[in-house]
Design a protein around this ligand. Structure first.
Ligand code: BGC
Length: 612
């Protein structure tokens, strides 16, 4: 199995030269606003809520500032719950809001059972959960288990002496003599003198994903500690059962406060090779100037699955079907299947499937490749529930990755159609519903994300996808009353914002809302079995959803820049019915389609119709 650095795929910056211009004005006259149903008001019950969820990731610094300090906060999120409910969101995942030195903007946690004062208090979180309930919105928290901050008391104790009871909570190593056979030039850059006065280097060539050696020397203990990410993020030692207990206790703290589950950060990196073998070196260097490695000894090690099974049992001991979502960048569906627990289905309910939303080949649209990946996850995970995702806080936004610079808005609507009409759980990211573009800093001195500073200009960091939410065309886009926001407001806020798009029936926002609410209210889209149609068509992706009792729903998307004519054949699917009625379409011509034969889809259009 070739695991070629799945994490660097996540952090890879895909070059793009054309920002997502809003084409709303251009397509306005051609578009059709099909009916916009109202959001469901009752909290869905039953043990599979997460199968139908529309999960919305919130980067708390950037969503809504309620106290005028230029940084978003929990009360800001609470104040926007009505908006979220109104667009069909029923679950929010909040990126880390725990106390943190903010080296990695919260992914360096210094206390798992508190809230960073800049975001609020534990009481504010409890209030958010309670208000969420009233809005039919569940709250999922981010849980970072691979590492803590180097300012966490656990690490301060661990690094204070070799005899401290917490020393073994992290991954320590004495290093090896600098003249040992096999030591390479990369290791030789990190020479230290040990207690015996000998020169030592890191025990192997392991690299931090954020640049340099993954081993950092601590003079107080004359040892190196391992860190997969920044050196301020030491890796916990998951081979020590006490670590597992401490982390599970932290998770219980929040489960006891009514949160619906966790998104597990960087979860495949929990374990490292016990023999500390060097990773195979590949050709070339990465954006940080370090040799490319094939990460086979520091990610996706089998030991992690025992932990996940125990974690699942722990989460299952709570009522309400708490969910475990994994940040699982994996090379193929067979690997993804393992994260569900395979046939036993006793691990994560929702490991993220990045294969559909993060295509290679410059991530251009390709109907055949989408179909193949959708089919794989339909057929190769023992009927477990897929989770699709196109956007997050670590990657160039999908509108820019998939956009061609001319039809970005339509292409983004196609992606939303895949996300919201397929049978996968949908995971989106704030601003994606607006078609907010990536706004990467243009000057090194403006960069906030440390990897953008060390990697400039090859790696400009992740600020571009973390800019403040665009609510209005007013001051600071309605994000904050403070003119000094933590990242600047992108110029696009004048036209790409909630206020403007809410009024435009053909906007990206209304497309998202229409589909998300159809997914809640239409039984076939909510729960129907999915069958791929017209499967040799290289240009148009089509499928049908059916519960077997009520009317089925067909979905077709033209993935190309030219009109395409299709005919859909339902024979063999067991679905009867010949009359077709459009439920949603982003071109007026598709409103009048009444048959499954000879339907012409204009460039990059999406069409959703009921069959009766
Ligand atoms: C998060 C990143 C973070 C890294 C280290 C990732 O998976 O999504 O934002 O920098 O983990 O915690």
């Amino acid at each position: 199995m070739a695991v070629s650095n799945p994490h660097s795929a996540r952090l890879r910056r895909i070059p793009f030269g054309f920002r997502g211009l809003s084409l709303v004005a251009l397509i306005l006259s051609a578009c059709v606003a099909a009916f916009t149903p109202e959001p469901a008001s009752a909290q869905p019950t039953g043990d599979t809520w997460w199968k139908h969820a529309v999960v919305y990731e919130i980067y708390p610094r950037s969503f809504q500032d309620s106290n005028g300090d230029g940084i978003g906060d929990l009360n800001g999120i609470t104040s926007r719950l009505s908006y979220l409910q109104g667009i069909g969101v029923d679950t929010i995942w909040i990126a880390p809001m725990y106390p943190s030195p903010q080296i990695d903007f919260g992914y360096d946690i210094s206390d798992y059972t508190a809230v960073d004062p800049q975001y609020g208090t534990v009481a504010d979180m409890e209030h958010l959960v309670a208000e969420g309930k009233k809005h039919n919105i569940r709250v999922v928290l981010d849980m970072v288990l691979n590492h803590t901050s180097d300012k966490h008391q656990w690490f301060l104790d661990s690094a204070s002496s070799r005899t401290n009871p917490r020393h073994d909570w992290y991954v320590w190593n004495d290093g090896i003599p600098a003249d040992s056979p096999g030591v390479n030039d990369f290791q030789k850059k990190y020479v230290h003198t040990n207690l015996a006065g000998a020169q030592v280097v890191p025990p192997n060539n392991w690299e931090s994903l954020f640049g340099g050696s993954a081993w950092e020397w601590v003079p107080a203990v004359h040892q190196f500690y391992y860190h997969k990410f920044y050196k301020q993020q030491p890796d916990l030692n998951w081979s020590n059962p006490v670590v597992e207990k401490a982390c599970f206790d932290a998770m219980r703290f929040w489960l006891d406060r009514g949160i619906a589950g966790f998104r597990l950060d960087a979860i495949p990196t929990l374990f490292e090779d016990k023999q500390l073998r060097s990773e195979p070196v590949l050709a070339g260097t990465n954006a940080q100037g370090d040799p490319n490695l094939q990460e086979i000894y520091t990610t996706n090690l089998p030991e992690v699955h025992d932990v996940i099974r125990r974690m699942r049992k722990m989460a299952n001991s709570y009522a309400g079907d708490r969910v475990l979502i994994g940040e699982t960048y994996l090379p193929n569906t067979a690997e993804l299947n393992k994260w569900y627990g395979g046939e036993a289905k006793d691990e994560l309910q929702l490991p993220m499937d990045f294969l559909v939303g993060f295509h290679g080949d410059h991530d251009k649209l390709n109907a055949s490749s989408f179909r193949q990946r959708i089919e794989e996850v339909q057929t190769q995970v023992h009927g477990s529930q897929p989770l699709f995702v196109f956007d997050n806080h670590d990657n160039v936004r999908s509108i820019d990755r998939y956009g061609d610079g001319v039809h970005n808005d339509l292409i983004s609507k196609v992606l939303h159609t895949v996300l919201l009409t397929s049978n996968a759980t949908a995971l989106t990211y704030y601003g994606a519903e607006l078609g907010m573009p990536t706004t990467t800093p243009t000057r090194k001195e403006d960069v906030k994300d440390p990897i953008g500073i060390t990697g400039w200009p090859l790696e400009k960091g992740r600020d571009g996808e973390r800019t403040p939410m665009q609510w209005t065309a007013g001051p600071q886009a309605g994000f904050s009353t403070n003119p000094k926001t933590w990242l600047p407001i992108p110029a696009s806020y004048k036209t790409i914002n909630v206020a403007v798009e809410s009024k435009d029936p053909n906007s990206e926002l209304n497309w998202f809302k229409q589909l998300a609410i159809l997914r809640q209210t239409n039984p076939a889209l909510h729960d129907g079995k999915q069958t791929l149609l017209d499967t040799s068509n290289p240009d148009v992706l089509s499928y049908v959803r059916s519960t077997g009792t009520g009317p089925a729903v067909v979905v077709s998307m033209n993935f190309t820049s030219t009109p395409k004519t299709i005919s859909l054949d339902l024979s063999g699917t067991g679905i009867a019915g010949a009359t077709v009625k459009t439920l949603a379409a982003d071109d007026a011509s598709l409103k009048s389609v009444h048959s499954l034969k000879n339907i012409t889809l204009p460039p990059y259009t999406s069409w959703v119709a009921t069959v009766q």
